[in-house]
Design a binder for this molecule. Structure first.
Ligand code: FAD
Ligand code: DHB
Length: 397
């Protein structure tokens, strides 16, 4: 039997950052993760960090590599009707975003946990949670062939959308809100110099496309596809042809092409769990909510959740009062629904919808025209994209 203060399921950004923030508050935690360390350190996911997430990582002392290798962007381009339109974040809201891969954040956090003597059980099997409706929460799992049990005061369910924590709550105790989109993203990494210094979000009759990057020599590109798209039907030549079509401009813009070394398809959904807590189980990150990736909010929401949770737990262990823990869900959900709205809006603005008679596309072009010509409309985009302030009015945690 192992004892700790907070038992954490999942070593994604939410679980790792929570464990790190708790240790800075002098609170012990143990993480149980089903995958190997190599797997989580190489899993290709998000790339855009809001200013607030960057500040949080810096303040927590895990921002060294991010500061050296992250690419700071002061705007993005919206491309439609074969023309580009820049949204200048710096000028509109005085903020920036940083392009730094999620798996690099994960590497930095794993390194920080081990350096501080933290404990992470990788490759744990048959993970289950118990006793969180009372005052004796436990996490059971098999590790290196042995049955283990972790006794803790609280459990943090940071095990992503397909984890076991949320489904362990008795039926009917939580409410779920969900929207599934009739499309997905085919994403690639390519050894190719990004054709532009900033991200390009393209609305094209054939579907959405996004140009992002990882380093000055590696492009990260996405194109809208079917949610169950078969990658076997997408040889590299077809991917480049389709991407070139969707990014084309009147001036003859061309993406730089190069060897593709990673390909994947992501289905898209919006999903929220209410509340994000049951007894002594607290859900954080993708375990509690999913956004479609168009607004680049998922990782940033996970960071915002665990910032609130770490403070509420610190308050509980320091003062004995669970008053802040009781407000955890309500405080997180306000930001979550704001991010849900923004992600849904960006998705609806940029993607091609099935059975569009042409009306939806023209409606999108009219809205894009507004976003790129009205300072008020552009400011709303800039404010949401670069991230809401950590402290929304009325939040004292
Ligand atoms: P996860 O990263 O899913 O971590 C959960 C962890 O729990 C995993 O390590 C998993 O192995 C582990 N686990 C699962 N089940 C169990 C179990 N039973 N027992 C133990 N461990 C378990 N977000 C952004 O902010 N910006 C972006 O630019 C962006 N782009 C994206 C692009 C793509 C293609 C995708 C797929 C996502 C993107 N996101 C983006 C979303 C972002 O990647 C997620 O929101 C983020 O990973 C959430 O972190 P998390 O720690 O909550 O969950
Ligand atoms: C990336 C992913 C996103 O979802 C997004 O909106 C912007 C960039 C990326 O992986 O770089």
């Amino acid at each position: 039997m192992i004892r700790t203060q907070v038992g954490i399921v999942g070593a994604g950004p939410a679980g790792l950052l929570l464990s790190h923030l708790l240790s800075l508050e002098g609170i012990e935690s143990v993480i149980v993760e089903s995958q190997s360390r190599a797997h989580i350190e190489e899993r290709v996911r998000a790339g855009v960090l809001e200013q607030g997430t960057v500040d949080l990582l810096n303040e927590a002392g895990v921002g060294d590599r991010m500061r050296r290798q992250g690419l700071v962007h002061h705007g993005i381009e919206l491309r439609f009707g074969r023309r580009g339109h820049r949204i200048d974040f710096q000028e509109l809201v005085g903020r920036a975003i940083t392009v730094y891969a999620q798996h690099e954040v994960v590497k930095d956090l794993v390194h920080a946990r081990f350096t501080a003597g933290g404990q992470i059980f990788f490759e744990a099997d048959s993970v289950s949670i118990h006793g969180f409706d009372g005052d004796d929460p436990r996490i059971r799992f098999r590790h290196a062939g042995e049955q283990r049990e972790l006794a803790c005061h609280y459990i943090a369910g940071c095990d992503g959308f397909r984890g076991i924590c949320r489904p362990s709550v008795p039926a009917g105790a939580l409410r779920f809100y969900e929207k599934v989109y009739p499309f997905g993203w085919l994403g690639i990494l390519a050894e190719a110099k990004p054709a532009s210094d900033e991200l390009i979000y393209a609305n094209h009759e054939c579907g959405f496309a996004l140009m992002s990057m990882r380093t000055p020599g590696i492009s990260r590109l996405y194109l809208q596809c079917r949610p169950d798209e078969d990658l076997a039907e997408w040889p590299d030549s077809r991917i480049w042809e389709e991407l070139q079509r969707r990014f084309q401009t009147a001036e003859g813009f061309r993406l730089n092409e190069g060897p593709i070394f990673q390909k994947g398809v992501t289905a898209m959904r919006s999903f929220v769990t209410e509340p994000m807590q049951y007894g002594r189980l607290f859900l954080a990150g993708d375990a509690a909510h999913i956004v479609p990736p168009t607004g680049a909010k998922g990782l940033n929401l996970a960071a915002a959740d665990v910032r609130i949770l770490s403070r509420a737990l610190a308050w509980r262990f320091c003062t004995g009062s669970d008053e802040r823990l009781r407000r955890y869900s309500e405080i997180c959900l306000r930001r979550v629904w704001r991010a849900q709205h923004f992600s849904w809006w960006m998705t609806s603005l940029m993607h091609r919808f099935n059975q569009d008679s042409g009306f939806d596309h023209r409606r999108q072009l009219a809205e894009l025209d507004q976003v790129t010509s009205s300072r008020a409309a552009a400011t709303v985009l800039a404010e949401n994209y670069t991230g809401l302030p950590f402290q929304l009015p009325g939040e004292e945690l």
